[in-house]
Design a protein around this ligand. Sequence first.
Ligand code: NAD
Ligand code: ZN
Ligand code: ZN
Length: 351
Amino acid sequence: MRIMRALRIMKWQSDPELVEVPKPVPGPGQVVIKVGGAGACHSDLHLLHEFGEGMLPWNPPFTLGHENAGWVDAIGAGVTRWKEGAAVAVYGPWGCGTCPRCQLGIETYCENPMGAPVPGGGGGLGLDGGMAEYMLVPAERLLVPLPANLTPAVAAPLTDAGLTPYHAVRRSWPKMGPQATVVVIGCGGLGHLGVQFVKATTAATVIAVDQKAAALDLARAVGADHVVTADDNAATAIRDLTHGLGADVVLDFVGAEATMKLAMAVARPLGDVTIVGIAGGAFPFTFFSQGYEVSLQTTYWGSRPELLEVLTLASRGLVHSEATEYSLDDAAAAYRDLRAGTVRGRAVIVP
Ligand code: NAD
Ligand code: ZN
Ligand code: ZN
């Protein structure tokens, strides 16, 4: 049995630990990848520090890392699509594979979660993820090929920090015409890619909002037309920039009380407000609390076909994830920096 290093959540309400575990062996239909990149998502901070026993259908210990890419290392019996050495990205939400949603590649909203490898999770979310030298992928359909010009380290963050905002942007495309304004709140790992997806796929104007000057600098560098500091004047500033009309689409990559309130306050009638961040905010939705026909929704991750589109956009140079790389030995530091808010774009562990 070969031993490898892995960054694991050992128990709820704790910091992750670098430990030694057995290298996985693929069973029938399964694939083991050699990890080339694993992104550190803010959701892992919620997972490590805010969740506890009984709040999710699964418990620690498991290896962190739910945005992963690498190379096929070993295949199990019956695997036909992949050969050793192939560069791949892992589609992260793991459903049952056969229900109507899964058949469309929308495994985020699997309707038979008890038939999935773990209900409502995946690698790094209940099962072992990619912050290790190797990772077990339980079905070959959960891998997608990497375009030749994208390395696993570059592609890894695109599987969540890319896919999640892409899904949120794509569903509101009809409201992102040339005269439209899109407000992006929170310009970290997800948000800085959200800005780019709007710019790369529509002609809408983008206003980026964050409380950190460095995040606003990044938003501007990746194409935001305007930046607004998240303070008491933010709603007025957005109203002024939109000539009093408000924003056609607001994407909230924070999801706190204050950002949801701002999002609803600046949404133009007929607009979309999409809450992607899971900071636990609430909004009292009444008949008069927002403009007429403003739609409020949450989104979770994205579909497998959308992941292919994200990789195509990156391969064509239309979007890229700003990344700071860490070794596996320094993986715990990546989470410390993420928590301190000092990461530019995404922290990516490169084992
Ligand atoms: P991140 O830490 O990389 O970025 C968060 C950004 O928001 C930072 O730039 C920070 O300065 C800014 N911010 C924080 N509070 C703010 C406020 N009150 N006003 C304005 N800006 C503020 O985080 P991330 O990895 O991009 O994740 C963002 C959120 O999305 C997290 O809550 C995460 O759990 C969630 N998430 C949701 C999904 C989904 O499918 N719905 C997927 C991945 C991540
Ligand atoms: Zn995530
Ligand atoms: Zn399913």
